[in-house]
Design a protein around this ligand. Structure first.
Ligand code: SF4
Ligand code: FES
Length: 248
C-alpha cells in the first residue's frame, strides 16, 4: 500500500517544530509501524536527507522504549498494543497518517519523535526498589503470599514505563505509571517494609518533575498497552494516605 505521512520534525528542544509530509511507498501489510518508518528512513538516507528520529529497542512490546502519537492516540488506536507491535494491516492504501511525539512538559522533545522520559527513571530511583540484602534465591514458598495479592502485584508489574498514560492525559499526569510502580511492591510482603518511605518519595519526585494531577479522566487506562487499571491509582492514594498518618 501507499501512504501519506504527516510527521513531526523538530531539530531539538528549542526548535519550534513543524509537520512535514512524506510518502511511504510499497508498504506491506505484514510490516510493523516501525518497519514502515524504517522504509521511509532508508529512502531519506539514500537522498542524503536527515532520517526521522524515533525511539525503539525490543520491538516486542516489552521494553517501553517505543512511543509515537499516531493519529492523535499514544501507540495508535489498536487496543493494548505498543507502537512496535502495531501492524500496517490496520491501515488502508491511500491513508494519511499523523505521527507526533508524546507531548508533556515533563517529557521534553530531544529530536523529532524522541522525547526525554528520564523523569520516570528519577521517580524509580526515588523509591522504586527494595533495599534488603537479598542473599541467595529463597525457596519458592518460603514467604506465603495469597494468590489474589500475587496476581495484583503481577498485574502492576506489567507496566513497561512507556509514558503513553502521560501523553494521553490532558493534565499530563503520571499517576497510572507511579500507581503501578508503587502497587507492585505494596501488594507483596517484601515491599511492605519500606512502604511509607517509598510512596512519599515517589510521589514527591513525580510532583517535582512537573507531571499534573489526576482528575479521573481514564484516558491513561484507555491507551495503556499493558492494560494497567486506574485501580492502581486508588491503591497508590491509599498507600499515600497511610504514609501521611504514619509516624514511620
Ligand atoms: S501505566 Fe501503561 S501507559 Fe503508563 S507507563 Fe505503564 S505501561 Fe505505559
Ligand atoms: S520497542 Fe520495546 S516496547 Fe516497543
Amino acid at each position: 500500500m501507499n501512504l501519506t505521512l504527516k510527521v513531526w520534525r523538530q531539530k531539538n528542544a528549542l526548535d519550534k517544530g513543524r509537520l512535514e509530509t512524506y510518502q511511504a511507498k510499497d508498504i506491506s501489510e505484514h510490516m510493523s509501524f516501525l518497519e514502515m518508518l524504517d522504509v521511509v528512513n532508508e529512502e531519506l538516507i539514500k537522498k542524503g536527507d536527515d532520517p526521522i528520529h524515533f525511539d525503539h529497542d525490543c520491538r516486542e512490546g516489552i521494553c517501553g522504549a517505543c512511543s509515537l502519537v499516531i493519529d492523535g492516540v499514544p501507540h495508535g488506536k489498536e487496543h493494548a498494543t505498543t507502537t512496535c507491535q502495531l501492524h500496517m494491516r490496520h491501515f488502508k492504501d491511500g491513508d494519511t497518517i499523523f505521527i507526533e511525539p508524546f507531548r508533556a512538559k515533563a517529557f521534553p522533545v530531544i529530536k523529532d519523535l524522541v522525547v526525554d522520559r528520564s523523569a520516570f527513571d528519577r521517580i524509580m530511583a526515588a523509591g522504586g526498589f527494595i533495599s534488603i540484602n537479598a542473599g541467595g534465591a529463597p525457596d519458592g514458598n518460603a514467604v506465603p503470599i495469597p494468590k489474589p495479592d500475587a496476581d495484583k502485584a503481577m498485574d502492576a508489574a506489567a507496566c513497561i514505563g512507556c509514558g503513553a498514560c502521560v501523553a494521553a492525559c490532558k493534565n499530563a499526569s503520571a499517576m497510572l505509571f507511579v500507581g503501578a510502580k508503587v502497587s507492585q511492591f505494596a501488594y507483596l510482603p517484601q515491599g511492605r517494609v519500606e512502604r511509607e518511605k517509598r510512596v512519599r518519595a515517589m510521589v514527591a519526585q513525580m510532583e517535582k518533575e512537573g507531571f499534573g494531577g489526576c482528575t479521573n479522566q481514564y484516558e491513561c487506562e484507555a491507551v495503556c498497552p499493558k492494560e494497567i487499571k486506574v485501580s492502581m491509582i486508588a491503591k497508590m492514594n491509599r498507600e499515600f494516605f497511610r504514609a501521611a498518618v504514619s509516624a514511620k
